[in-house]
Write a protein that binds this ligand. Structure first.
Ligand SMILES: Cc1cc2nc3c(=O)[nH]c(=O)nc-3n(C[C@H](O)[C@H](O)[C@H](O)COP(=O)(O)OP(=O)(O)OC[C@H]3O[C@@H](n4cnc5c(N)ncnc54)[C@H](O)[C@@H]3O)c2cc1C
Length: 476
């Protein structure tokens, strides 16, 4: 079969692009090198819906960020993705930084951002009592928010599959040959044919473009390290607290997450390759020091975990979304660093426009259903609803993850729902099993058993995150 479109990379951009394509009568295949979706930058970022004051006016970033905010809130509602419009504060600590705040405000106005205001440090502390007494002024951006980035990706891919898209995992694209249509081959010998190819490979975007002779851009990987704190710290602030951004990035933030934790980070460090996702003592020390500058009372002894994500940046600083000059029918969606998550729905729509201009004929799919069933997390149900669930399915009465109150019923449902998780981390991203205080110390063996039962394999075959990451070697 020859697909109309092959999308390479099942991050938030590839996932939402595949979903957008299923709004039309097109055959779509999504190719991902990992065993699950959302394994790149889309699983390890700040999860902030940026207001849109930061990008340089008249850039793609400015356009897709400012139009993307509303589109993202609406899509998150349709797909039942946890999100919250909590607003953001950008804090200045001196007269010089206050001047910078005014520049950001003016840039925001130029980018069409509404409802922003500059308030004094005291006004900000009246709203957020834990802010540092050193803060002299704050840019208040009420349209900003927070969202679960991996849940958005999972929901987008699931919805694309519901509308006919095909997902192929463990498909590492190693060559692309055009002999009238694109032959996209994987490391394990599989080959997919498609009329058009969209390159959404994140940090590997330049490597994929090079496969069709396009060396017009180079991805510069930039790591960001984080410290995630327990829910005890989750109410330390209600807004997302930024410092004045620099050329290096948006600075260290302190923010509640949609799940009620407190997130601090990220650093911004050039790294050699996209695989450099290790945290370092220096990086984590920087996060602590700068987070405490904005919110001195943060209790870092309540740390749950630390992690690192890698941005795919490019020297010109803007998103690259265009048909390749080296190869007709090949579309690059590359250098999607921050605010890529915020802009993701707008990027998907823009990419389909680029495809249309490249010659793809689009006829609306009358059967498209852009909604996803609510996964109904047990911990969010009322006692009455919980009893109803348990009556219908007793597996909802068995708690597997004590820290996050995740039931066997939810885990089994998640393993059966597209895109189906194959490993422990996949279940964790879908249900939060293992994301609590004990980080899976208690629930992991139970999740392994459920994965083995549902997928008809042995416990020894269950992996942490695909390939050769088996959890156990065999029975003692
Ligand atoms: C530290 C950090 C903080 C950020 N904070 C924010 C924020 O708060 N708000 C915001 O709006 N944005 C933020 N971003 C940006 C946002 O995370 C990204 O823009 C977005 O996740 C990019 O998605 P993607 O799908 O392009 O990339 P990815 O999620 O990296 O997906 C690319 C996919 O391609 C796959 N792939 C690669 N090579 C191949 C191959 N050869 N064959 C098959 N598949 C392949 C990868 O496995 C991966 O799954 C942040 C990013 C980072 C790293």
């Amino acid at each position: 079969m020859i697909y109309d479109v092959a999308v390479i990379g099942a991050g938030v951009i590839g996932g939402l692009t595949a979903r957008e394509l299923t709004k039309y009568k097109l055959s779509v295949v999504l190719l991902e090198k990992e065993s699950d979706v959302a394994c790149g930058a889309s699983k390890a970022n700040s999860g902030i819906i940026h207001g849109g004051f930061d990008p340089e006016p008249d850039t793609l970033k400015a356009k897709l960020n400012s139009t993307g905010v509303d589109k993202l809130y609406k899509t998150a509602q349709m797909l039942h993705v946890p999100h919250k419009n909590n607003g953001s504060f950008v804090c200045a600590f001196s007269k010089k930084e206050e001047a910078h705040l005014k520049e950001l405000y003016d840039r925001g106005i130029e980018n069409g951002i509404e409802k922003m205001s500059i308030i004094s440090g005291d006004e900000a502390r009246a709203i957020e009592p834990n802010l540092s007494p050193e803060i002299t002024a704050v840019l208040n951006v009420p349209t900003a928010g927070i969202i679960c980035p991996y849940e958005l990706t999972i929901a987008a891919v699931g919805n694309a599959m519901k509308n006919g898209a095909v997902l192929l995992t463990d498909f590492t694209v190693t060559s692309i040959i055009n002999d009238g249509c694109f032959n996209v081959s994987s490391a394990d010998g599989r080959c997919v044919k498609a009329r058009y190819v969209i390159n959404c490979a994140g940090c590997y975007g330049d490597k994929i473009a090079a496969m069709v002779g396009d060396d017009s851009f180079e991805i510069i990987p930039r790591a960001g390290q984080y410290i995630l704190l327990d829910k005890k710290e989750g109410a330390r602030v209600s807004h997302t607290i930024f410092q004045v951004p620099s050329k290096e990035g948006k600075g260290i933030l302190v923010s509640p997450t949609v799940d009620g934790n407190l997130l601090t980070g990220p650093t911004a460090e050039a790294v050699d390759c996209p695989m450099c996702v290790n945290t370092t003592p220096e990086g984590l020390e920087t996060v602590q020091r700068l987070a405490a500058k904005s919110v001195p009372s943060v209790q870092f002894r309540e740390v749950i975990t630390s992690f690192c994500g890698v941005r795919s940046s490019e020297k010109n600083g803007d998103f690259i979304i265009e048909e390749s000059k080296a190869q007709k029918g090949f579309i690059n969606v590359a250098a999607i660093d921050s605010p890529g998550l915020t802009s993701s729905v707008a990027i998907a729509e823009y990419t389909v426009e680029v495809l249309k201009n490249a010659g793809l004929e689009l006829e609306l799919n009358p059967d498209f259903d852009g909604t996803r069933e609510d996964p109904h997390f047990f911990r969010h149900l009322t006692d009455e609803e919980k009893n109803e669930y348990i009556k219908k399915n007793p597996a909802y009465g068995k708690i597997i993850c004590r820290c996050e109150t995740v039931t066997e019923g939810e885990i089994r449902d998640a393993i059966r729902r597209d895109p189906k998780p194959q490993d422990i981390d996949g279940v964790k991203r879908r249900t939060r099993s293992g994301m609590g205080r004990c980080q899976g110390g208690f629930c992991k063996p139970f999740v392994m058993k459920l994965l083995a039962e549902e997928n008809g394999c042995k416990m020894e075959d269950v992996t942490k995150n695909g390939k050769t990451s088996q959890m156990v070697l065999g029975k003692l």
